[in-house]
Design a protein around this ligand. Structure first.
Ligand code: AMP
Ligand code: MG
Length: 436
């Protein structure tokens, strides 16, 4: 197998007609190496970035024991005393003062006393238990409550129960989420180290493609792939460099590929990787880059070229960039992005690859499926009244029918060996939400 550091010419070592999806994913994972540059950013700019350092708590959160309720703090030993005497009865305590959040009760309580406390107030010295005010009857400066209403230590938040000083609070490789910004702030941290953002250059190929604003000549289509790729990259917080549409001409394609390799870590193209007369991308990359594979046992997404391109126009010359030559069909672009490209981009961003939840659902329909390739059909999944997932394939599964992606909320993942499916059979599904 080729390795990420093997910059010699790559001879394709896999049966180009039958590379299973799992093997392709393994090769891509092996070739993808994380960006190493790191920058310090203020807290808000860390959102959706990849942490480059473990965050160790400089303090405990909370810093002190405090009340989880509005109520009265007291010494919980009196509860044990009440049950020892066998009296189910009532505990009576005298209110010695009060503690608000941010305003402590300064002295130590005496036997038979309690302190009025609000949520977040420090637990006064000598107290370890809080009785909620709803449970209490108050007459003047005395409270009463049933001894069996709570146990010793109740309604007390312990110092460090959220985060303990000196413990790792967040690990390097984490993509920073909303809760993490709050968590970092709770530690008093206003700046963190993150990896530099991954840069991905992309362009579409095809003489028939028109860009927005151009008239649609006969036989032409608007270029949609650049816009779906832009959106998916944006969702992953990757720097997306749109290099436009490139005509089906070897010289133009070579210039575009070299320019892309010069400016980005990864180059994505769409179209031109099949076996048609104007499909030059794959041949070009084979001439001046490394191609690891160009055909997958996958549907949609069979023609997919993967390798490395060099800005200098030959292997080892200039800047290298990982190269994905995606198919032209718009659905195939999205499916291959989700299934093959996405993980490589996560790894290259320096992030830990999160587990990808797969759910088992009952297919409402029979599905035709040929063994020997992995299929990713588009489906609509819902939960029935018993909480079970059911999935219905969207109508047309043609790889040019982009509306099927918009209609769907999941892929039906039909495994390599799987053959036809009956209505009522269990199938694996992957929900789109949260993937990019
Ligand atoms: P190709 O892989 O270049 O043979 O393209 C396969 C099909 O996808 C053809 O019908 C193309 O017109 C279509 N196609 C290729 N690129 C795009 C694009 N960027 N936007 C929309 N359709 C495309
Ligand atoms: Mg084409």
């Amino acid at each position: 197998m080729t390795t990420p550091n093997d910059f010699s010419r790559c001879i394709v070592q896999y049966d180009p007609h039958a590379l299973p999806v799992s093997s392709a994913q393994a090769i891509v994972r092996e070739w993808a190496s994380p960006v190493t540059a790191v920058e310090r950013v203020p807290l808000h700019d860390a959102l959706d970035r990849v942490l480059a350092e473990d965050i160790v708590s400089p303090i405990s959160v909370p810093a002190h024991d405090n009340s989880a309720m509005d109520g009265y703090a007291f010494d919980g030993a009196v509860l044990a005393g009440a049950s020892l005497t066998g009296q189910p009865g009532t505990i009576g305590l005298r209110v010695a003062g009060k503690a608000l959040a941010g305003h402590a009760f300064e002295r130590t309580i005496k036997t038979g006393e309690c302190v009025r406390v609000m949520t977040g107030a420090l637990i006064p010295s000598g107290c370890d238990t809080v009785v909620p005010q709803e449970v209490v009857t108050r007459e003047g400066e005395t409270i009463h409550f049933p001894a069996n209403a709570l146990t010793c230590g109740a309604n007390r938040r312990l110092a460090g129960e959220d985060l303990a000083q000196g413990q790792p609070a967040l690990r390097a490789g984490r993509v920073v989420r909303a809760s993490d910004l709050g968590l970092l702030a709770s530690l008093g941290i206003g700046e963190v180290s993150v990896r530099r953002r991954l840069r991905v250059a992309f362009f579409s190929t095809g003489d028939e493609l028109r860009s927005l604003g151009e008239p649609l000549d006969p036989g032409c289509v608007y270029d949609s792939n650049r816009h779906t790729l832009f959106a998916m990259l944006r969702r992953m917080n990757i720097v997306a460099l749109d290099l436009g549409v490139v005509r089906d001409e070897p010289a133009a394609l070579e210039a575009a590929l070299r320019n892309a390799a010069e400016s980005a870590d990864v180059v994505l193209t769409s179209g031109g990787v099949s076996v048609g007369e104007a499909d030059f991308t794959k041949q070009l990359v084979r001439t001046f880059g490394d191609v690891a594979f160009w055909s997958l046992a996958m549907r949609p997404g069979r023609p997919l070229a993967f390798g490395r391109v060099w800005s200098g126009g030959r292997p080892g010359a200039g800047q290298p960039a990982l190269f994905f030559g995606l198919p032209g069909n718009p659905v195939a672009v999205m499916v291959t992005f989700y299934q093959i490209v996405r993980e490589a981009l996560i790894v290259m961003s320096g992030a830990t690859v999160p587990p990808q939840p797969v759910i088992t659902a009952t297919s409402t329909q029979a599905i035709r499926k040929r063994a020997g390739r992995t299929e990713f059909q588009r489906g609509v999944a819902t939960r029935d009244e018993y909480g079970q997932w059911r999935v219905t394939p969207t109508g047309s599964q043609g790889s040019g029918v982009l509306s099927s992606m918009s209609e769907a909320n999941c892929f039906l993942m039909l495994a390599h060996e799987q053959s036809d499916i009956d209505a009522g059979d269990a199938v694996d599904i992957m929900l789109f939400d949260g993937l990019v």
